[in-house]
Ligand binder design. Structure first.
Ligand code: MTE
Length: 364
């Protein structure tokens, strides 16, 4: 089967796709941070939601060292503190053996949410071609780097402008919600796409439990940041960690916005964002943070990770739109995993009926 162990031929290295203005912008960010000479002389660029500029990695799982990883001959990796870690053996079961809600899978599929025009993406390419920069900037390099990541127990917090702040053990929360499976389209701004069965519950249900106040207008989503368990953070220390995202409150309350704890009928694997992530199928994938530990309900539009890192490339709304090209990627077409079959991009990724009324069309 044509899995993505090797880069497909449509997959441009970023160095060949980065316009000079973007490159220059990155140079000035790095210089402003005192990292310019160091980062550039080491061949590292601020990449955006993209793939590494490595020229020497073969990108086979378990072998990538393109972003400065330290894999040894024995197959172990070392943490930033120097302790050795055994990489996971199977990417498809790469969750803790006592993962939150383990016995709740598989959950019943909600057939109101399906993707009639295409098949599910096969599990292996979907689970091994990842963007999760806390571990690695190489897509195939993420899962082998998750050996030290411990997701159990996990506490999720909803705080800020709410009448009932929540701080709860994820396993307990999952038993209070009714989990369901939904098949959604997933679209990365890099123009690759997949079709995935996610398990979880509506984000609106969690927010309603916390009871947002009338001043509440936005939410800020915080990913965890654990340099000792996530080797990519120190290697790419110029990024504005921790990973954060934001939504307008009415977007967050939309029926499609989902708190996701599982995929392919099992707990989320570590590379897919264990133990809990947010999925927003009408937006580019980077709007959905992985490994979420806190949701803040706030009054002002929050700053976000990618908008802070590369403001010219990543807006706050980031709705899938075939007519709004990204500086490096036309958005008119998308390429389906695993073989790169091209299809036309749909406005709001095919979810205009559910979310079209939230927007005027001018949002960026
Ligand atoms: N969340 C965190 N915390 N860190 C990340 O690097 N990458 C984002 C998003 N969420 C990212 C993240 C991007 S760019 C994409 S496209 C999706 O996760 C990728 O999800 P997948 O690896 O499950 O396909």
């Amino acid at each position: 089967m044509a899995f993505f162990h090797r880069r497909p031929d449509w997959h441009l290295p970023e160095s060949s796709a980065t316009p000079e203005s973007v490159y220059m912008n990155r140079r000035s960010i790095l210089r402003a941070m005192g990292l310019g000479g160091l980062a550039l002389s080491g061949g590292i660029l601020l990449q955006g939601c993209s793939q590494p500029t490595d020229s020497n990695s073969n990108n086979e799982p378990g072998t990538n060292t393109s972003d400065g990883g330290s894999q040894t001959d024995a197959g172990t990796t070392t943490t930033p503190e120097g302790s050795s870690v055994t990489p996971p053996s199977d990417p498809l079961t790469n969750y803790d053996k006592d993962a939150p809600g383990l016995d709740l899978y598989p959950s019943k599929r909600n057939t109101n949410y399906k993707v009639p025009e295409r098949d599910l993406t096969p599990e292996k390419p979907a689970q091994t071609y990842n963007n999760f920069y806390e571990f690695s900037t190489s897509k195939e390099g993420v899962w082998p780097e998750t050996g030290a990541y411990d997701t159990t127990p996990w506490t999720l917090e909803v705080t800020g402008l709410v009448d009932n702040p929540i701080k709860i053990d994820l396993d307990k929360l999952m038993r209070q919600m009714s989990l369901e499976e939904r098949v959604y389209r997933f679209r990365c701004v890099e123009a690759w796409a997949m079709t995935v069965p996610w398990t979880g519950f509506p984000l609106a249900q969690l927010l309603k439990l916390a009871s947002p106040q009338s001043k509440a207008k936005y939410i800020r989503l915080h990913s965890t940041s654990r340099p000792a368990q996530m080797p990519g953070i120190e290697r790419a220390s110029w990024y504005p960690w921790p990973y954060q995202e934001g939504l307008r409150l009415d977007e967050a309350m939309n029926e499609l916005a989902m708190v996701v704890t599982g995929v392919f009928g099992k707990p989320l694997t570590k590379q897919m964002g264990a133990p809990v992530r947010v999925i927003l199928p009408w937006k580019y994938g980077y709007k959905g943070p992985k490994a979420v530990e806190k949701i803040e309900v706030i009054g002002e539009q929050p700053k976000t990770f990618w908008n802070t890192a590369v403001p010219d490339e990543y807006g706050f709304y980031s709705n899938v739109n075939p007519d709004k090209p990204h500086p490096r990627w036309s958005q008119a077409e998308e390429r389906l995993l695993p073989d790169g079959t091209k299809t036309k991009t749909l406005l709001y990724n095919g979810y205009a009926d559910q979310v079209g009324s939230l927007y005027t069309g001018d949002e960026y």
